[in-house]
Write a protein that binds this ligand. Structure first.
Ligand code: DX5
Ligand code: ZN
Length: 216
């Protein structure tokens, strides 16, 4: 139960999204990962609430919603109502992070915070006990298919120490440039959940790729 996989539909076929969701339903995936981008926090725009609402109707896995948006507070409730089980906000986008975390939990969703590659894990020391998950970005967010940043392994190890010391059950998710090679090292470093977009959807057999990532 320690090696979980969350395929990112950013790399799915948007002309056949239902088909790719069915593939994920039938696969060993643990969550479906949604990369919501606003064109301000990140230099790209992806999709938002209406897409998540539609996917929720056919999804058989919990929806893991990664908000790469500025000022997420007023949008948390609509995303939870649309079907998000896990809501991830960015540390860099939240002025009152503690309050934001509480409001995610008050809505019944799991609360997660993401750190960009340049943000040290130490900034989470005072909220780690409140979190269900931390999402470490292993690329600069905005696009699928980028090269994995090697420094992430150290961050996973540091974060794992912080979580163990706080006696919390917080999971470590890593997002960006995940493949069999980086994935194996990430699990060894202490990661629990791997997000994979292009590696899954560009593979010949996505279901097998998901199963492969889960059993590295
Ligand atoms: C990057 C997104 C990622 C992305 C990962 O901004 O947060 O979830 O979809 O894509 P790959 O796995 O292709 O690096
Ligand atoms: Zn993501």
């Amino acid at each position: 139960m320690n090696q979980l996989v969350a395929p990112s539909i950013l790399s799915a076929d948007f002309n056949n999204l239902g088909k790719d969701i069915k593939m994920i339903n039938e696969s060993e995936a643990d969550y479906i990962h949604f990369d919501v981008m606003d064109g301000v926090f990140v230099p790209n725009i992806s999709f938002g609430i209406p897409v998540i609402e539609h996917v929720k109707r056919i999804a058989q896995k919990p929806l893991d919603v990664h908000l790469m948006i500025v000022n997420p507070d007023h949008l948390i409730e609509p995303f939870v109502k649309a079907g998000a089980s896990i809501v991830t906000v960015h540390y860099e986008a939240c002025t009152h992070l503690h309050r934001t975390i509480q409001s995610i939990k008050a809505l019944g969703a799991k609360a997660s915070v993401s750190l960009n590659p340049h943000t040290p894990v130490a900034v989470l020391e005072d909220v780690i006990g409140e979190l269900d998950m931390v999402l470490l970005m292993s690329v600069n967010p905005g696009f699928g298919g980028q090269k994995f940043i090697e420094h992430t392994y150290d961050k996973v190890r540091k974060l794992k120490q912080m979580i163990d010391a706080s006696n919390s059950a917080c999971l470590i998710e890593v997002d960006g440039g995940v493949n069999f090679e980086t994935g194996k090292k990430l699990y060894e470093a202490g990661a629990n959940v791997l997000v994979a977009g292009s590696f899954v959807f560009n593979s010949v057999n996505p279901k097998e790729t998901i199963a492969g990532l889960r059993s590295l």
